[in-house]
Design a protein around this ligand. Structure first.
Ligand SMILES: NC(=O)c1ccc[n+]([C@@H]2O[C@H](COP(=O)([O-])OP(=O)(O)OC[C@H]3O[C@@H](n4cnc5c(N)ncnc54)[C@H](O)[C@@H]3O)[C@@H](O)[C@H]2O)c1
Length: 374
């Protein structure tokens, strides 16, 4: 254990304070740290990560008194209410299991785990120990996604019979050679990394249907040839892994309400934009489209309707402020305070869909999603 000398913590209301340990110092861990630190009634008292200098700098600048190189030492503390997980995907399961079984709530980065079987164990542990398990599906909290959800509440586009959800990058393999491209550590490539976000947005907008079956393909033409990499500033963790995952995947999902969803994700592809996130809903009397090119923060929503019998396009003005990670973390804290039971079952369904996509791509046929029912 490498515990530093105690420093004063952030101010907060002592009796209402939830005490948090954050694990990970990259984009995810730092975002969690800053979100918890900015919210009332929450104090980050411990931080863990392998990069010694960054750990010391974050501890100093954010006023976190207890610093660890290994997650095991942080989770072993008996004075924490919450463990926040921002580490490579394969560590989500062991950290969450240790935290939940020792009575802590867990905020976990997506994906819940590298396989649905491990994700199921995490959800079971949350239930058995009655602790909240929440997952960082932060993009769903974007103002434009929430706007579309409110728009759809009155069924203005009728029955949605088909949807398309994609997150496509031109050259965006995160850290060629880092844990991201290692099958055992990441669980997969862009499908589990980016596809899980747009799958989450689509299922949220579609009112949480169950995905019953999947027919998928996955390719690896660019990554395996050393093309399409974005190495700088992506993973703070080094390493030299071979490229073992897909760089593009596409899947047709059948839903229990009779409709369908086309899901696509790429880290690298000779296609139009550097970074393209889209969700499109085709309804019986209208349509809606979310198109976020290069992380746009306005002009992302388009509605398709008929006005006085003429096909019409409406572009509502929906500004998208930053801070959707902060929103999901604020909701997580509220869930704990209100005593709600939230065990991450919805995220387990997303993991089962991701598993089915990979299985279908390997087997070359349509497969059933575990737990899905027609
Ligand atoms: N929701 C989002 O928008 C979003 C964005 C980026 C990443 N993520 C997710 O966040 C997670 C981390 O991604 P990242 O980009 O921050 O990765 P990263 O490689 O930049 O950072 C990983 C961190 O984990 C730490 N770590 C590794 N092993 C450890 C151990 N044994 N004990 C303590 N710390 C350890 C490393 O030291 C490092 O600080 C992944 O699950 C990824 O999918 C989510």
């Amino acid at each position: 254990m490498s515990e530093a000398t105690a420093r004063p913590t952030q101010s907060g209301t002592p009796e209402a304070d939830l005490r948090i340990g954050v694990i990970g110092l990259g984009f995810a861990g730092t975002t969690h740290l800053d979100a918890f630190t900015s919210l009332p009634g929450a104090t980050v008292v411990a931080l863990a990560g392998k990069e010694e200098a960054r750990l010391a700098e974050l501890g100093e600048s954010r006023g976190v008194p207890n610093l660890y190189a290994d997650w095991e030492d942080l989770v072993a503390r008996d004075d924490l209410d919450i463990i926040s997980i921002g580490v490579p995907n394969d560590l989500h399961h062991p950290i969450a299991m240790a935290a939940l079984t020792s009575g802590k709530h867990v905020f976990c980065e997506k994906p819940l785990a590298v396989t649905a079987a491990l994700a199921e164990e995490m959800v079971d542990a949350a239930k058995t120990n009655d602790r909240v398990l929440e997952v960082a599906y932060n993009h769903r909290r974007r103002a434009d996604v929430q706007y579309l959800r409110r728009y759809l509440d009155d069924s203005p586009i009728g029955t949605v019979y088909h949807a398309r959800a994609s997150w496509l990058r031109r050259t965006g393999i995160p850290g060629l050679g880092s844990w991201f491209t290692n099958k055992a550590m990441a669980g997969g490539g862009p499908l589990i990394d980016l596809g899980s976000h747009v799958l989450d947005i689509a299922l949220f907008l579609l009112d949480e249907p169950t995905v019953t079956s999947v027919s998928a393909v996955a390719y690896n033409h660019l990554g395996s040839a050393g093309r399409g990499g974005r190495s700088a500033g992506v993973s703070v963790q080094g390493g030299l892994s071979p490229f073992e995952v897909e760089d593009f995947a596409s899947a047709l999902l059948r839903l229990d309400n009779g409709s369908s969803l086309q899901l696509e994700a790429s880290w690298a592809s000779y296609s139009k934009a550097y970074e393209d996130i889209e969700v499109e809903l085709l309804g019986s009397v209208g349509g809606a489209r979310l198109a976020i090119a290069d992380y746009a923060t306005s002009g992302t929503v388009t509605l398709y309707t008929d006005v006085a019998g003429a096909p019409s396009i409406i572009r509502p003005d929906v500004p998208v402020p930053a801070g959707h990670h902060r929103s999901v973390i604020a909701e997580f804290l509220q869930t704990i305070r209100s005593g709600e039971h939230a065990y991450g079952e919805y995220a387990l369904h997303r993991s089962r869909v991701v598993d089915a996509v990979y299985r279908s791509a390997v087997e070359g046929r349509e497969v059933a999603v575990e737990g899905g029912h027609a």
